[in-house]
Design a protein around this ligand. Structure first.
Ligand SMILES: *Cc1c(COP(=O)(O)O)cnc(C)c1O
Length: 345
């Protein structure tokens, strides 16, 4: 199967599995796991933060990131398609007790003026205090969009001026780094907490790492425990993260080239609406409603021919490239899509 459903589809490579098998381990809850400690140091260094915390998932990084910066009854500001709003099962409401103020972005990106508008009126006892701005880079639903750095800096500075903290969902921050050439540290200097996902394009089976200043990370550790994220000999999975940071970052450029190739190929197929110029990283969105075929028909036609992408129930489709799909796989996926759409082959 050429699986373009998500970059979570990656399987650990034999070399990664070897690193996992051979990892020195200890009790992570007691901070005695040398591999977890090493991974945390690597991510702290990468993001230019004082400390980092290994967690089981990106969702828990967002849950804790939101929790450490807010009190129940506060308001968080985030983009309408931001992951904590669309895809975390109501976590911010239950786990942090916060309400959300949404910004309508342009492929996930918004302006300082929109931040100001979303928090108003700030102060005064009638309104919930807006205490946190959440950013996402790259933006998933925005089609893997990389924020323009100046805009990123401007919205973060506006939030800080308004007395808010800033949390960066960096599930795919390293895709943004590789695509833009702007180091993780540069993005991270404008935010209070930042995290990267290990189980997306980096190819690990599990894990994510949250970073921030030492005091915030000490409080985050308490919530890690409370939310059930504290582990034991977790070095066995942290080793995959160490391996990935050493071997799988630069190669994200290949995923980006493959996504551009896919977009160009899809744009040639009649009835598929796509703007290949929007593809900056590893995520490709396109619309299949002009093909004259139902999404269900297309989806199952692709599956029968060994390709998975999109959805049987929606016409706005997503395909994501990753380290388990090659350039040849992309060429094949385009051929198969064309055959299914045209009914030939
Ligand atoms: C996948 C994803 C998450 C959640 O990460 P998990 O590791 O799947 O829990 C959060 N934010 C964004 C933008 C994502 O793409």
């Amino acid at each position: 199967m050429i699986d373009l459903i998500s970059d979570t589809a990656t399987r650990p490579s034999p070399e990664m599995r070897r690193a996992m098998a051979e990892a020195p381990v200890g009790d992570e809850q007691l901070r005695e796991d040398p591999t977890v400690n090493r991974l945390q140091e690597m991510v702290a260094e990468l993001t230019g933060k004082e400390a980092a915390l290994f967690l089981p998932s990106g969702t828990m990084c967002n849950a804790i990131g939101i929790k450490v910066h807010t009190n129940p009854g506060d308001k968080i500001v985030l983009e309408r398609w931001a992951h904590p709003y669309t895809s975390e099962a109501g976590g911010p409401g239950l786990l942090a007790g916060v309400m959300t103020a949404l910004i309508e972005g342009e492929r996930g990106v918004f302006t300082p003026e929109q931040v100001e508008e979303a928090v108003q009126p700030q102060g005064g006892f009638h309104s919930a205090p807006a205490t946190l701005l959440c950013l996402e880079n790259t933006h998933n639903r925005g089609g893997g969009k990389v924020w323009p750095l100046e805009t990123f800096q401007a919205v973060a500075e506006t939030a800080h001026r308004l007395g808010m903290k800033v949390h960066l969902d960096g599930a795919r921050l390293l895709n943004a780094v590789v695509a833009s050439g702007i180091p993780a540290k540069v993005w991270s200097q404008y935010v209070d907490t930042v995290w990267i996902d290990l189980s997306k394009g980096l190819g690990c089976p599990i894990g994510a790492v949250l970073a921030g200043d030492r005091e915030t990370m000490d409080r985050a550790r308490r919530y890690k425990h409370m939310f059930g994220g504290a582990m034991r000999q977790a070095g066995i999975i942290a080793a995959a993260g160490v391996y990935a940071l050493e071997h799988n970052v630069e190669r994200l450029a290949e995923d980006h080239a493959n996504a551009k190739l896919l977009a160009a190929g899809l744009s040639e197929i009649p009835g598929i609406a796509i703007n290949p110029a929007e593809v900056e990283t590893n995520i490709v969105f396109f619309d299949v409603s002009g093909t004259g075929r139902s999404p269900q028909e297309l989806y199952h036609g692709l599956i029968e021919r060994g390709v998975r992408m999109g959805s049987p129930t929606a016409t706005r489709w997503r395909a994501v490239t990753h380290l388990d799909v090659s350039r040849a796989d992309i060429e094949r996926a385009v051929e198969v899509m064309e055959a299914v759409v045209t009914g030939r082959g």
